[in-house]
Structure formats: structure tokens, C-alpha cells
Design a protein around this ligand. Structure first.
Ligand code: HEC
Length: 432
């Protein structure tokens, strides 16, 4: 897949600075959406399996409500699901330009797996609106979509964990080589559990806030969903501290900093608070709490993303510094290349050369006689074969002959230099 490497331009320092915020933005857009997608599909498939072939049974109803409520319509799937990882692939290609790390390849796999997974999940969702659908087709599209999404985000976890460990960049060339790193496992489980937790909470939130029609559903089903969503939210929220801690102790050293510790503590406090609210929600079936919990959970997700981002910035700071230096070098190279091309395109003009000679050179130089500088007849013949060398001497005069003082630099334009060179060499030829 070497074609991927030739695809990116070297980034400038400003550009690199911007990528930090772009990456955060992509995460803010993508992670909440995909969390609901994953959780919604997982629980829907779970209850669909429990329902067996009994259409319109309680489990069937729950399964349908999970997939209908948590998985937004197809446009969202493209804009919030597939597009952000594609954009992320392009950004990371810039950030890791010239680094020996397989980021772009891994993100490429992720994009394909997630795109296929999302497609399959949307098909699964649509089967609930079909009057007649083969149960096997329905289940396999749900399970298949889940599998692809899990695989996609596993590769994604491998990728994020690898970025945090610059010491291994050059050695990990495919995702399987990194399978058994504890940080990968911790990161993956943490992501999945956070996705499940927010899905449980979101079920309560969306069902009772947005879907007007569902407000009229019977009280007993309502309580079932409330307890279920709250229970799922609570269970997976309670797992968060363990997974957060696990992630923290498996982080490679270059990724650790005060910022990472501080944001982990903020996340832990938020999780504690959310857990207390969730207990109240489940106990008192007080669904109004759902909104507060959901908002808090979204804030927690934002802090989790920031936490991860800080670890990442610490881990890659040496790489970024090097790249900025290199980027300046590359920019200077491109600039001097342009300068050369510009100079090459300038044509000499004998009339200009004659004027320059009269105004700038004749005070010190004649062809026959020595004035301040040596006579041209004595010094020009050696330049007949190499006009560029003469141009270079006029551009930046250097010491040649002991018997003369040094010639001052005259500050001529490139056009004037070319013209005076052409003029002098022509005049010198005439003298012969
Ligand atoms: C202020 C006096 C002064 C002016 C003006 C001046 N030169 Fe010179 N030039 C010198 C001196 C002095 C030397 C001898 C330098 C040495 O040998 O180190 C010299 C040397 C040279 C040489 C000989 C280099 C060699 O290889 O030995 C060339 C060619 C030359 N000048 C071209 C020019 C041209 C063309 C201009 C006008 C655009 C110009 N000079 C303007 C003082 C001047």
C-alpha cells in the first residue's frame, strides 16, 4: 500500500498546529455518534436473539426500539460515521508525514470496516420496517454489522495505542503484531463499555424527550425501558473507573503527564456523580433525570476525548518538533527551487547591460586600462566559457587579485546582472 505514502504533502508548522484542533473536532463529532450506533446495535441484536421468532413480543419491541432510537438515519451515518474517519485518515497522514508508523494504513482498514459495518447496520435497521423478512437475514445483517464495527474499532484502538508508543512505531507493521498489548485491550474495552453506558442512558433520554409518539406508550412498557436503559447505563458506568485506571497504568511513559492525570480525575468525578444519579433514576423510575444524566454523560465523553488527546500530544511531541523543523527545511527548499526557476527565466538585455556598464562599472573598470579594478581585457577571457561564474562574481564579489582592493557588492537585480554579463562578454569578443 505504498501508494498511500505518496499521497500526502509535507505539512507546514501552522498546518500541524491546526491539525490538533481538527482531530479533536473529528472525535467530538464521531465518538458520540458511533457510541450510540455500537450500543444500539448490540442491545438490539441481543434482544432480537432473545425474541426468537416471536414478532411483536416484548423482546422484539425492545430490540426495535433500541435500533430505531439510537441509530440515526442514513445521512447521519455518512456525515457522522464514515466521513470523520476518512478526514482523520487524511489529517493523520499529514501529522505523521515521513514518520515510520503505520497510522494511515490502520485508519484505512478502520474506514473500510466501519463503512461496511454501518451499511450492514442500516440494512438491519430497515428490516424492522419490512412486513416480511427472513429472520436469518435480519439476524445476520445485525450480527455481521456488529462484527465489522467491533473489528473496525479494534484496529482503531491498535492505532491509537500505537501512536502513544513512539518506541514501537517502526516495528508494528500490521495490527495483529500489536494484538496483545494491554493498552490496546484496555482502550478497546473502555471504548465499548463507554459506548454501552451512554447507549443505555440515551435510550431513556431519547425515548422520553424527543419521540413524541412514544410519550403515549403504556406505562408498564415505559417503566421497563426506563429500568432497562438505566440499568445498562449504571452497569457499564460502574465499570468505567476500573477501565480508566487500567488504561492509565498501561499507558506508555511518553504519554503520561499532569494533564492526563488531571483529566482522568475529572472523568472519575463525573462518573461518580452520574452513577449516583443513575441509581436514583432506576430506583424511583424518575425519567426526568434522564436528561441530566445524558447531558452529563456527553460532557464526560468530551473529557475522555480530551484526556486521550493530551496523552497523544505528549507522546508525539518529539515527532512533531522534528517534523516542524523538517517542514521549514522543505519549505525553504521549495522556495529556493522557485527562486532558481525565476532566475532562469530572466532574459539578458544588451541595452540594459550597456547602461549598467556606463552607470555602475565604468567608474572602476575600462577594457584596456586599469582604473580602480583590473582592465576587462585581462580578466574577462576566462569567463567566456562560463558566463554563470561571472554572474556569480558580480552578484557576490570575492577577493581574486592581490594587486587590487576588493570589489564592493553592487546590489544589482538579477536582470541587470544577466544583462551586464552578456554585454561584457560580447564587447570582449569584439575587442579581439
Ligand atoms: C568601486 C569600484 C568597482 C566597481 C564600481 C566595479 N568593480 Fe569590478 N572590480 C573592482 C576591483 C577592485 C576588482 C579587483 C578585485 C580582486 O581582484 O579581488 C574588480 C574585479 C572585477 C572583475 C574581475 C574578477 C576576476 O575574476 O578577477 C570583474 C569581471 C569585474 N570586476 C566586473 C565588474 C562589473 C561588471 C562591474 C559593474 C556592474 C564592476 N566590476 C564594478 C572594483 C570595482
Amino acid at each position: 500500500m505504498d501508494f498511500l505514502n505518496g499521497f500526502f504533502l509535507p505539512p507546514s508548522a501552522d498546518h500541524l498546529h491546526l491539525t490538533k484542533y481538527l482531530i479533536l473536532l473529528v472525535y467530538f463529532i464521531h465518538i458520540p455518534f458511533v457510541s450510540l450506533l455500537l450500543g444500539g446495535t448490540f442491545f438490539s441484536v441481543f434482544f432480537r436473539l432473545l425474541a426468537g421468532n416471536q414478532r411483536e413480543s416484548l423482546n422484539w419491541r425492545i430490540s426495535r426500539d433500541f435500533i430505531e432510537t439510537l441509530v440515526f438515519r442514513k445521512t447521519a451515518g455518512i456525515i457522522l460515521g464514515v466521513l470523520p474517519i476518512l478526514v482523520l485518515t487524511l489529517i493523520e497522514g499529514q501529522v505523521f508525514y515521513d514518520a515510520e508508523i503505520y497510522v494511515v494504513h490502520f485508519l484505512f482498514y478502520t474506514t473500510i470496516l466501519v463503512a461496511l459495518g454501518i451499511t450492514s447496520v442500516y440494512f438491519y435497521q430497515s428490516t424492522f420496517r419490512m412486513a416480511d423478512i427472513h429472520p436469518l437475514l435480519q439476524l445476520s445483517s445485525g450480527l455481521g454489522g456488529l462484527f465489522l464495527l467491533f473489528a473496525g474499532y479494534f484496529v482503531f484502538s491498535v492505532n491509537s495505542a500505537l501512536i502513544l508508543d513512539p518506541g514501537r512505531w517502526a516495528t508494528v507493521t500490521d495490527p495483529t503484531k500489536f494484538l496483545f498489548s494491554w493498552n490496546v485491550i484496555a482502550r478497546f474495552l473502555h471504548f465499548i463499555c463507554a459506548a454501552f453506558a451512554v447507549s443505555g442512558v440515551a435510550l431513556v433520554f431519547f425515548l422520553f424527550n424527543w419521540k413524541e409518539s412514544l410519550k403515549e406508550i403504556d406505562a408498564s412498557y415505559r417503566n421497563t425501558l426506563l429500568k432497562l436503559g438505566g440499568g445498562i447505563g449504571l452497569t457499564f458506568t460502574l465499570l468505567q473507573p476500573v477501565l480508566l485506571f487500567w488504561n492509565l497504568i498501561t499507558l506508555p511513559d511518553p504519554a503520561l503527564s499532569m494533564g492526563v492525570f488531571a483529566s482522568t480525575i475529572i472523568v472519575l468525578l463525573l462518573i461518580l456523580f452520574i452513577s449516583l444519579l443513575l441509581v436514583r433514576l432506576v430506583k424511583n423510575t424518575d425519567f426526568k433525570l434522564g436528561t441530566n444524566i445524558f447531558v452529563l454523560f456527553v460532557i464526560t465523553l468530551v473529557f475522555m476525548i480530551i484526556n486521550d488527546h493530551l496523552a497523544r500530544e505528549d507522546a508525539i511531541q518529539n515527532h512533531t518538533r522534528l517534523l516542524v523543523i523538517r517542514a521549514d527545511g522543505i519549505a525553504a527548499e521549495i522556495e529556493s527551487e522557485r527562486e532558481r526557476a525565476r532566475a532562469a527565466s530572466i532574459e539578458p538585455d544588451l541595452a540594459v547591460g550597456a547602461t549598467v556598464f556606463k552607470n555602475q562599472c565604468s567608474a572602476c573598470h575600462g577594457f584596456e586600462q586599469s582604473i580602480v579594478g583590473p582592465p576587462y581585457n585581462a580578466v574577462l577571457p576566462k569567463y567566456q566559457e562560463d558566463p554563470e561564474k561571472l554572474a556569480e562574481f558580480i552578484r557576490n564579489p570575492y577577493k581574486v587579485d592581490e594587486n587590487y582592493p576588493a570589489m564592493p557588492k553592487l546590489g544589482l537585480s538579477e536582470k541587470e546582472i544577466k544583462s551586464i554579463v552578456a554585454y561584457l562578454l560580447q564587447e570582449e569578443n569584439k575587442q579581439k
